[in-house]
Design a binder for this molecule. Structure first.
Ligand code: SF4
Ligand code: SF4
Length: 260
C-alpha cells in the first residue's frame, strides 16, 4: 500500500521546509542543548488560528520525524504497510481527546507549565513521563509500518488543533460538489484518510494541511478542491510561502525578544 503521491516540486519544497524545522529542533535542542525554539507554543496556537493546521505538515518536528519515518517505511517495507481498519481507526483517534483533557488538567488544575519546558511538564506525573517515552517509538518506529501513527492516535495537541479549527475557520479546504466527479483521487493521496471527496469543507477534521489533495490531483476541469483564506480562493504554493515566511519571522522575533 503506497500512501504518498509521487514527488512534485510542491511536495519537494514542503519536505525541504519540514526537514529544516526537524533538523533545527533535534540538532539545536536535543544535541547541542541550545534553547532555540522555533516551535514556541504561543506561535503555534496563533498559526493554527490564522492559517489552520499548517504547522502540522510544515513545521512540527515530531510530525516531520513521523512523516519521514513513514516515507522510509514505504520504501523499505512496501509490503508491510498497514492502516488500522474502521471502526477501530475512528475509536483510536478519539483517544487523543482524553489525553488532551489530561494535559489540560495538568496545566489548569495542577499549575504545571505547558508554555515552557516541555520536559518538566512530562516529568510532573508518572503517566506523562511514560507517555513521552512511548512517544519516541510512536514517532520514529511505528510509522515505518503504520503511516502517521503518532499524529492520528497519540498527538493530543492535534486533537486541540482540531477543536480550535472547528471554531476558527479562517483557512479551509472547500470541495465544490457541483464540479466534483467523485473519482476519489483526493482520498487516495490524503495521509490522514480525511476523505476530502466526502466533505463539503475541511476544517478541523484531522487534516494536516499537507495540501497533497490540492497539488494537481483533482481531474475535474473546474478543480473541485480549493484552498480558502478569509473567504477568498488562494494558490496553495503562494499561501504556503506566505504562512511559512510569517511563521519564521515571528519565531525569530520571539527568539530575539525572549532569549537574547
Ligand atoms: S485533506 Fe488534503 S491537505 Fe488535508 S491532510 Fe488530507 S491531503 Fe492533506
Ligand atoms: S479529486 Fe476532485 S473530482 Fe475527484 S473526488 Fe476529489 S474533489 Fe472530486
Amino acid at each position: 500500500m503506497k500512501l504518498y503521491k509521487k514527488d512534485t516540486p510542491f511536495t519537494f519544497s514542503r519536505d525541504a521546509i519540514r526537514f529544516f524545522f526537524a533538523a533545527n529542533f533535534y540538532i539545536m535542542m536535543k544535541i547541542l542543548g541550545i534553547e532555540f525554539e522555533l516551535e514556541s507554543e504561543y506561535l503555534v496556537l496563533g498559526s493554527i488560528i490564522l492559517f489552520g493546521p499548517f504547522f502540522c505538515s510544515w513545521a512540527c518536528p515530531f510530525g516531520s520525524a513521523s512523516y519521514f519515518a513513514t516515507r522510509i517505511g514505504n520504501k523499505l517495507f512496501p509490503k508491510l504497510q498497514f492502516n488500522i481498519p474502521q471502526p477501530y481507526d475512528k475509536w483510536l483517534r478519539m483517544l487523543r481527546y482524553p489525553l488532551l483533557g489530561f494535559f489540560l488538567y495538568l496545566f489548569f488544575i495542577k499549575g504545571v507549565s505547558y508554555f515552557g519546558d516541555h520536559i518538566e511538564m512530562y516529568k510532573s506525573t508518572a503517566f506523562s513521563w511514560n507517555f513521552i517515552k512511548v512517544k519516541h517509538f510512536a514517532v520514529l518506529l511505528i510509522p515505518l509500518f503504520i503511516p502517521n501513527f503518532f499524529c492520528k492516535y497519540m498527538c493530543f495537541q492535534k486533537a486541540g488543533y482540531n477543536l480550535i479549527n472547528k471554531v476558527c475557520k479562517l483557512c479551509k479546504i472547500k470541495r465544490n460538489s457541483e464540479t466534483c466527479i467523485d473519482c476519489k483521487k483526493c482520498d487516495r493521496v490524503c495521509p490522514m484518510q480525511v476523505n476530502p471527496s466526502s466533505k463539503k469543507e475541511i476544517c478541523g477534521d484531522d487534516c494536516l494541511s499537507c495540501y497533497n489533495c490540492l497539488d494537481n490531483v483533482c481531474p475535474s476541469k473546474a478543480n473541485a478542491l480549493s484552498l480558502e483564506f478569509f473567504g477568498r480562493k488562494v494558490n496553495p504554493s503562494i499561501f504556503s510561502a506566505l504562512a511559512i515566511g510569517v511563521y519564521l519571522i515571528a519565531s525569530y522575533l520571539v527568539l530575539f525578544v525572549y532569549h537574547w
